[in-house]
Ligand binder design. Structure first.
Ligand code: ZN
Length: 352
């Protein structure tokens, strides 16, 4: 079968591989629609996860089940399913002891395009199908389903990690697709004032659509100064980092109030150190909490998110700005993500 792969750091291309084999609890799925992700860009072009040879990319998609293992109960060939980007090993002790995202080792719940071949393939393997796949209800579009794989769940996890309280003032740094979904998550959890940090007009329009009250453009001056002005030098209750280089942590620590939370859902592609400014962190005594985590994965998570779409709490389709047709277009879609032209939020590729 054919797949679009990372050949090595900085290099991508089409490769031929054997069709994956199904285990007793697993499924083989063929893609219906997939999307590239900024994390594919970090992985390939920044080598953020180290050298990887000939690993098929992609971890966001909706597909059709083509084969299931002998012990799979709830899925059968022909079923349309949402593929979560994170597919933990639910049957290991580690997922009881620790978080399923890190069941056996750090980040190992993230399998596609990280530790095994991803979804930019004619067929791909899903471990533990009953625990990781979710049926796509007929009320939910394919496009929304693809956005649930990673964008929605990761963005919402930013709001969960931030522990948003009713009426909080929240800054979301980075209003790309994940930041936009963080804005929705923050709103659903009852924030008061929501401020987005960004500059591209297409993203600012989307941020307003999804519920920000104000936008701070980093091109208009230092973000921390602008936020302190807007809040009369009080700072904010919660900060969600959904983009930026490691130095963005300095800004986040500066603008969060004592007792506040900085929630990181950003994948830092480079740099060895993430700096914490000593004085702004109260020399270590300000109770400014920093949390960061990989989104939960699996079926229950996806079914909950599907309900939010089905009952109109979130409209993820608004993220999609570019629609491409044909499997071979995954290559173009990845380049769109790399070059980030002005009007781009998120591309999707229909594998027809
Ligand atoms: Zn992704």
């Amino acid at each position: 079968m054919k797949g679009f792969a990372m050949l090595g750091i900085g290099e991508v291309g089409w490769i031929e591989k054997d069709r994956p084999k199904v285990g007793i609890y697993d499924a083989i799925v063929k893609p219906i629609a997939v999307a590239p992700c900024t994390s594919d860009i970090h992985t390939v072009f920044e080598g953020a996860l180290g050298e990887k040879k000939n690993i098929i990319l992609g971890h966001e998609g909706v597909g059709e089940v083509v084969e299931v293992g002998s012990d799979v109960k709830d899925f059968k060939p022909g079923d349309r399913v949402v593929i979560p980007a994170i597919t933990p090993d639910w049957r290991t002790m580690g997922s009881q002891r620790c978080l399923p995202q890190h069941a056996n080792e750090m980040l190992d719940g993230w399998k596609f395009s990280n530790i095994k071949d991803g979804v930019f393939a004619e067929f791909f393997h899903v471990n533990d199908a009953d625990m990781n796949l979710a049926h796509l209800p007929k009320e939910v579009s394919i496009e929304a389903g693809v956005m649930l794989s990673d964008m929605v769940t990761t963005g919402f996890h930013g709001a969960e990690l931030a522990d948003i309280r009713l009426g909080d003032t929240v800054v979301v740094i980075g209003i790309g697709p994940v930041g936009l979904m963080a804005i929705v998550g923050v709103k659903l959890r009852g924030a008061g004032r929501i401020i987005g940090i960004g500059s591209r007009p297409a993203l600012i329009d989307a941020a307003k659509f999804y519920g920000v009250n104000e936008i701070v453009n980093y091109k208009d001056g230092p973000v921390d100064e602008q936020i302190m002005d807007l809040t009369k030098n009080k700072g904010v209750d919660r900060v969600i980092i959904a983009g930026g280089s490691p130095d963005i942590m300095k800004t986040a620590i500066k603008i969060v109030k004592p007792g506040g939370v900085v929630s990181n859902i950003n994948y830092y592609g480079e740099g060895d150190i993430i700096p914490i400014p000593r004085l702004d962190w109260g020399s270590g005594m300000a109770h400014k909490k920093i949390v960061g985590g990989l989104t939960p994965g699996g079926r229950d998570r996806m079914e909950r998110l599907l309900k939010l779409v089905q009952y109109n709490r979130v409209d993820p389709e608004r993220l999609i700005t570019h629609k491409l047709h044909g499997f071979e277009k995954v290559e173009d879609s990845l380049m769109l993500m790399k070059n980030k032209q002005k009007d781009l939020i998120k591309p999707i590729v229909y594998v027809d």
